[in-house]
Design a protein around this ligand. Structure first.
Ligand SMILES: *Cc1c(COP(=O)(O)O)cnc(C)c1O
Length: 402
């Protein structure tokens, strides 16, 4: 076999995450393993806080903290002033969505594989303001049907809101093509890029998105409790943040505040500085490896995993789309997903269960209940993928003979 992307750096990559030698970790779609430089930077910052107190620590490390905005901007090919740092991707997404001025009759167009947190927000705004939620159907490959999307656009559509790579189901929606349609019709486009950032390149200019939400803890390999929002500069002026504090909106006179001109209007004053630094280091780490290389390696490993699983009798790989993501979803006849996950863990293979409620529309359409997800990342090896397939095959075999 030809050399895999990043193969020359594997020793270093794996040395940065020593636990990878003890178990096969395939849950970067949930919360990944942080590389040592991330952990070290957070430790150092925590030690500094313990030493001098949180305020002085932030002063001393002001440069590093400010650089996190720049790292996110580099990751997304955005401008510094278009980035807000927040607690997680959900908050990032909410800050954009809830700030849009919806009124009765407005339409939000979304996709079948939409993430639960986003969909319940549509439902709440439907209850509050009487918006209509229209779900674009999927094409025969399982990704959003672009012709159907375009055909559904009219004057009432005030937002196109899509999940790029859903939390399960293996799909990667055509985010760029959706962006071209949104741009052509001048409709704001909100992209949930949670599972994409750190797995594949995410360039807001190519994507033509107006808002993008991302998280630290998944494929970026940063800490939990950190996320970011991108807001296109041209949209900033019309977006009145749904909630503000005196950081995003300084109190300039007794009866007046002034919204910050940049995306920091969506931030709050208080934050976990150590987490932010960790996220920044994680982003720099991914950028140094190269998102193209990361994507290429993830693709090869996940294709191999899919192939291996498909060859096991009784296993059904559930992934959709012409070019599936690195999140491999499957189920097996006669063995519940949670049982596969539990038994795999006893053999040091870390995979996860996912349920209907994360992507309800897709799950109902396809009759999916609980199933297993396993997400190879660039730090995984071909041998680990083959072992994972053997372990799953072995579990099913002993299950059948019992
Ligand atoms: C995980 C996930 C989120 C939420 O990310 P948080 O960091 O938990 O806020 C949003 N969308 C998708 C598609 C996800 O998989």
């Amino acid at each position: 076999m030809a050399q895999l992307p990043l193969e020359g750096k594997m020793q270093e990559i794996r040395a940065d995450a020593p636990s990878l030698d003890r178990r096969i970790f395939l849950m970067s779609c949930g919360a990944s393993i942080m590389p040592q430089p991330v952990v070290q930077a957070m430790h150092d910052y925590l030690d500094l806080e313990a030493d001098v107190g949180g305020y002085a620590a932030a002063d001393i490390e002001a440069r590093r903290i400010a650089d996190v905005h720049t790292s996110v901007a580099r990751l997304l090919n955005a401008k510094d002033e278009e980035i807000a740092l927040v607690e997680n991707a959900t908050v990032a997404w909410q800050k954009a969505f809830y700030s849009l001025p919806f009124k009765a009759g407005d339409v939000v167009l979304t996709v079948e594989a939409e993430y639960a947190a986003n969909y319940v927000a549509y439902l709440q705004i439907k209850q509050r303001h009487g918006i209509d939620i229209r779900v674009v159907s999927s094409d025969e490959t399982g990704q959003v049907d672009l012709d159907a999307l375009e055909a559904m656009i009219d004057d009432k559509v005030k937002l196109i809101s899509a999940t790029w790579i859903p939390t399960n189901g293996g799909l990667a929606n055509p985010a760029k093509e959706i962006g071209l349609i949104a741009r052509r019709h001048g409709i704001p486009y909100l992209l949930d890029a949670c599972q994409a950032v750190g797995q594949i390149p995410a360039d807001v200019e190519e994507l033509n998105c107006d808002f993008l939400a991302g998280t630290s803890r998944k494929f970026l390999r940063g800490p939990r409790g950190a996320g970011f929002l991108y807001v296109r500069k041209e949209r900033l002026a019309d977006l009145d943040p749904v909630i503000i504090d005196h950081w995003g909106a300084p109190w300039v006179e007794r009866d007046r505040y002034e919204l910050r001109a940049d995306a920091r209007r969506f931030e709050t004053w208080e934050s976990n500085c150590g987490n932010r630094i960790g996220m920044g280091v994680a982003i720099d780490y991914a950028l140094a490896l190269g998102l193209d290389q990361i994507e290429a390696r993830c693709q090869i490993l996940s294709d191999r995993l899919r192939g291996g699983l498909r060859d096991i009798s009784g296993v059904e790989v559930l992934d959709l789309g012409p070019r599936p993501s690195a999140i491999v979803s499957f189920r097996a006849e006669g063995m519940p997903a949670w049982e596969i996950v539990r038994q795999a863990a006893t053999r040091d293979v870390i995979i996860g269960v996912t349920g209907k409620a994360s992507t309800l529309i897709d799950a109902e359409r396809r009759g999916l209940a609980q199933h297993v997800r396993a997400a190879p990342h660039y730090f995984n090896t071909v041998e680990e993928i083959d072992t994972t397939v053997e372990v799953v095959a072995g579990l099913l075999k002993s299950n059948h003979t019992n």
